[in-house]
Design a binder for this molecule. Structure first.
Ligand code: NAD
Length: 302
């Protein structure tokens, strides 16, 4: 049994914290949204009135917040987690998907206060958070990773030590850039097949066992039919929302720009997902790119 502070009890954080409670840990939860804290209490956790209160007596602090700015505020702000934990032998784990720069800056501030910290973004979505089958991509020191592992195992199935501070965030945005680009490629192929009069089932049958095969096609097919549990069969209810794909593609572009990496397809994917979000599909699954592309017409060739 470990004393855990859990901060950020949203769509992902709430079921993750509930799995920690189920695994027998004492989990003190805090969220700016009082209803989320009440739901955590109803699920067997303990309520805290502030982040600092949640941290009292905790051996491990876990956060699950929307973006880098929230993470900076939570850890670095006055009355923040680092100030609250200074002098305690605690481990800090941020599971949010944020920019690499913020992850490294917060880890450095934690180290300066004598605290170990890991960046541990996840994939697997709300379904994976509920089922306790998330994949954790973890950046930070090996000793801190070894200490975190049993606790992460209560929330996830695959736990990968990706490297030093920021490596977890780097792995997450590189993977999701592959996903965004490959999903758009599969969507475009189905749009073209439609216009050429090629049956969707036939394209699926061919490409599923040919060189075009990829996860976006065979596990998450963006056209209804071939993969029964894919969001395309339920009017693109997420799944993984197009707004979150846009967020991750923007993080990838921010990192590519800072690192001087050439990622032209990643840049194009970010710009297409911006248009998909602007078209009112932000809350739909990211595979709704197919529905949006189907409504577009080819611009005159330059
Ligand atoms: P969410 O918006 O549902 O939850 C975030 C929670 O953080 C909210 O309840 C909010 O009130 C709380 N919060 C914000 N600032 C706070 C602060 N200073 N103190 C306390 N609470 C605070 O978001 P989510 O879907 O749970 O996503 C969390 C993170 O996980 C994001 O970084 C997201 O990109 C990532 N992620 C989400 C999914 C998904 O499918 N939802 C999948 C993988 C990764």
């Amino acid at each position: 049994m470990t004393e855990i502070a859990f901060i950020g009890l949203g769509n992902m954080g709430a079921p993750m914290a509930a799995n920690l409670v189920r695994a027998g840990h004492r989990v003190r939860g805090f969220d700016l949204n009082a209803q989320a804290v009440a739901a955590h209490e109803a699920a067997g956790g303990m309520a805290a009135a502030s982040a600092a209160c949640a941290c009292e007596g905790a051996a491990i602090v876990i956060s699950m917040l929307p973006a880098g700015t929230h993470v900076r505020d939570l850890y670095l702000g006055a009355g923040g987690v680092i100030a609250a934990m200074r002098g305690h032998d605690a481990l800090l784990i941020d599971g949010s998907t944020i920019d690499v720069e913020t992850a490294r800056a917060v880890t450095e501030a934690a180290a300066a206060a004598g605290l170990a910290m890991l960046d541990a973004p996840v994939s697997g979505g709300v379904g994976g958070a509920q089922a306790g089958t998330l994949t954790f991509m973890v950046g930070g020191e090996a000793a801190a990773f070894a200490r975190a592992r049993p606790v992460l195992a209560a929330m996830g199935k695959t736990i990968v030590h990706a490297g030093g501070p920021g490596a977890g965030q780097a792995a997450k945005i590189c993977n999701n850039m592959i996903l965004g680009v490959s999903m758009l490629a599969v969507c475009e192929a189905f749009v073209l097949a439609d216009r050429l009069g090629l049956a969707r089932e036939k394209l699926f049958e061919v490409s599923a066992s040919a060189s075009g095969q990829c996860w976006s096609l065979t596990s998450y097919c963006p056209v209804p039919g071939p993969v029964p549990n894919a969001p395309s069969n339920r009017d693109y209810a997420p799944g993984f929302a197009a707004s979150l794909m846009l967020k991750d593609l923007k993080l990838a572009q921010q990192a590519a720009s800072a690192a001087g990496a050439a990622t032209p397809l990643g840049a194009e994917a970010a710009s297409l997902y911006q248009r998909i979000n602007d078209a009112g599909l932000a809350g739909k699954d990211f595979s709704a790119a197919f529905a949006w592309l189907s409504t577009q017409t080819r611009e005159a060739a330059p």
